[in-house]
Design a protein around this ligand. Structure first.
Ligand code: RIB
Length: 306
């Protein structure tokens, strides 16, 4: 099995469970306060490690007390954090997460702080981690030039490149051409294509539009409805195990990690996708982000896809 390198964000998540997600100008009562490690990069690194991969994390935290939260989480999980450094004059990335207590849906705002200080040259300094790896996981909580540097270095070293386009930004064709597997959720696919994604058919249409731009595979994740896999000559709807979601925070991260672990094992995308949808579903069964990343036993305990 090859290693996985994650170039991404490390945050502290401040989470609450509310009666509903507030509208602009509205104040809503909440409970269930939780403060813990998060960030799409850290969550994906932790999930891939829990699912059995050796993982290298490349990122930045601030010179503050919050930094200890993601640093400790990586160390306890056994993720190689030699390329995670502290930067002065910037705070550790911080996310405010509101979870709708009845549906498990969430809304997140992120103050990226030190994550935006990860530079292209820092990525190139981590070339040894890339050489040891078969798969790159990268997201958009970094500067775009840093994301592009990671994709370039991965290509130079023959890694499979996975881009989770979250939080969504408009992306150039030049950048998208460097992505082997793009994994937008429905709202990201909609923002990237201006096609309204409301069911598997419209997800396939948006996925096909994006596939024309990447030239690779596109996976449009649809939460409880699984995902649409669009490849060069067709598409398939992959269903997810039927579960009641408690908290969807981090489900997309678990999905990406599950996929990366399968690919690092040398599995086909079709097979790796089965692990990915199970990992995404399992992550909805616990509160929080990093703390909800599943183990193989939790994946095995889920019912089969519906
Ligand atoms: O995907 C969930 C993550 O998004 C949270 O952990 C939060 O930090 C934001 O990055």
């Amino acid at each position: 099995m090859r290693d996985i390198v994650v170039v991404g964000s490390l945050n502290v998540d401040i989470c609450v469970q509310a009666e509903h997600i507030p509208q602009p100008g509205e104040t809503v009562r909440a409970g269930g306060l939780g403060i813990g490690p998060g960030g799409k990069g850290l969550n994906q690194a932790l999930a891939a490690r829990r699912l059995g991969a050796r993982v290298h994390m490349v990122g930045r935290v601030g010179e503050d007390r919050f930094a200890e939260v993601p640093e400790r989480a990586l160390q306890q999980a056994g993720v190689d954090a030699s390329y995670v450094r502290r930067v002065s004059d910037h705070h550790t990335g911080t996310a405010l997460v509101v979870v709708d207590a009845s549906s498990g849906e969430n809304a997140i705002v992120v103050a990226g702080g030190a994550n935006h200080q990860l530079l292209p040259r820092d990525v190139r300094d981590a070339v040894a981690a890339f050489r040891a790896s078969g798969v790159l996981l990268v997201q958009l909580e970094l500067e775009l030039e840093t994301v592009e540097a990671a994709l370039d270095l991965a290509r130079e070293n023959a890694l499979v490149t996975l881009l989770d386009p979250a939080p969504v930004l408009q992306l150039s064709d030049t950048l998208l051409r460097k992505v082997d597997i793009l994994t937008p959720n429905a709202s990201e696919a909609e923002r990237l294509t201006e096609i309204r994604v409301r069911d598997p058919e419209s997800a396939a249409e948006a996925g096909s539009r994006l596939r024309e731009r990447t030239g690779g595979n596109v996976l449009v994740t649809l939460g409880a409805a699984g995902c649409i896999w669009v490849w060069p000559t067709g598409f398939e709807h992959v269903s997810a195990p039927r579960v009641d979601a408690l908290d969807t925070t981090g489900a997309g991260d678990a999905f990406n990690a599950g996929l990366a672990v399968g690919l690092a094992r040398g599995e086909s995308i079709a097979r790796a996708l089965r692990r990915a949808v199970r990992a995404g579903a399992a992550a909805t069964q616990r509160s929080g982000a990093a703390s909800a990343m599943p183990t193989p036993e939790q994946l095995d305990a889920l019912p089969d896809g519906s």
